[in-house]
Design a protein around this ligand. Structure first.
Ligand SMILES: N[C@@H](CCC(=O)N[C@@H](CS)C(=O)NCC(=O)O)C(=O)O
Length: 296
């Protein structure tokens, strides 16, 4: 295992209490190698794995926050199949993964959200649970599409720019030429940024067509999909090229959703500690100097 930092969040409800009292681990045929605590394994960054930390925090679970330290992606090597063989907890040599108190590890972040969400009582609730869960999973996968297209799409140029500047010094014309070869010119970046407004409009439509109160995305209460959407939007809104107020000006339901989520009592400490500008924070962490995060 690589060096890691463990961060515990003050939890009030031990997850063991949330397991069915009448079902033993043997009946469930679960591995018995768990630590008794939920564990999130991800890089020491507030990106794809962050929604899992937010989910467990929202549910007031005292979890192990395993943050892989060191260079990306080498810090993952100790956990990979090449190192650990079939004992690896990683199905696809990637993180995030979530590990249950009994030792079951799940890969693919949407599956992690669904698995932990359902176990912790944060499934989509209503009279048609199978349909609602399909809706929740679809929304969680949509959150990943938004992350891949918009968050990482806007983040890539920042990284390329930093790497080029580090490798090539201040040679502006070479950097400019390489940036356009890598597809990170300003026009391409604007094109990437232009993907978010229609996605936001579409989320508004999905709140409108939610059978419940229309405050959350599935039914009347917060489920794992709400956490996924909230977390990715917070990350995207951190880029300089986006202004949350104007993006949401004709999305009354999404505006209400964002403020309701921001007001959740169990997220208050977490949100207060979370960096306001995730792209800036991540770039600083990777490159250690002030970075401009996207075109204005
Ligand atoms: N589709 C996967 C994507 C996971 C993924 O790309 N993880 C990245 C970090 S964000 C990773 O582990 N990269 C290291 C590698 O692939 O070697 C998911 O939803 O979890």
């Amino acid at each position: 295992m690589g060096a890691k930092t463990k961060t515990s969040f003050a939890g009030k409800t031990p997850c063991a209490l949330r397991l069915s009292q009448s079902t033993s681990m043997a009946q469930l045929n679960l591995p018995s190698s768990g630590t008794g605590k939920w564990k999130v394994t991800y890089f020491d960054a507030p990106n794809r794995g962050e929604q899992l930390r937010m989910l467990l925090t929202y549910a007031e679970i005292d979890f192990e926050d395993e943050r892989l330290q060191g260079k990306f992606p080498a810090s993952l090597d100790p956990l990979r199949r090449a190192t650990m063989g079939d004992d690896t907890p990683l199905m696809f040599d990637q993180v995030p993964i979530i590990t249950s108190p009994e030792g079951t590890s799940v890969s693919q972040v949407a599956a992690c959200m669904q698995y932990a969400g359902k176990r912790l009582g944060l499934e989509a609730k209503g009279s048609n649970p199978a349909e609602l869960d399909a809706r929740a999973l679809a929304l969680t996968l949509r959150a990943e599409e938004i992350r891949n297209k918009v968050f990482y799409g806007c983040f890539k140029p920042l990284i390329v720019d930093k790497v080029l500047k580090m490798k090539l010094g201040a040679c502006a014309s070479v950097c400019c030429c390489l940036k356009s070869c890598f597809g990170t010119s300003d026009s391409k970046l604007r094109k990437t940024a232009s993907l978010l407004p229609p996605m936001v409009q579409n989320l508004e439509a999905n709140l409108r067509t939610n059978g419940g109160s229309g405050v959350y995305f599935c039914g009347d209460s917060v489920c794992y999909a709400d956490i996924a959407i909230f977390e990715v939007l917070l990350g995207c809104f951190g880029f300089n090229c986006f202004d949350e107020n104007s993006l949401l000006s004709n999305c009354p339901k999404l505006r209400t959703f964002m403020s309701k989520m921001r007001e959740q009592p169990t997220l208050q400490n977490y949100l207060a500690k979370r960096p306001a500008n995730i792209p800036e924070f991540f770039a600083e962490k990777m490159f250690g100097s002030k970075a401009k995060t996207a075109p204005n």
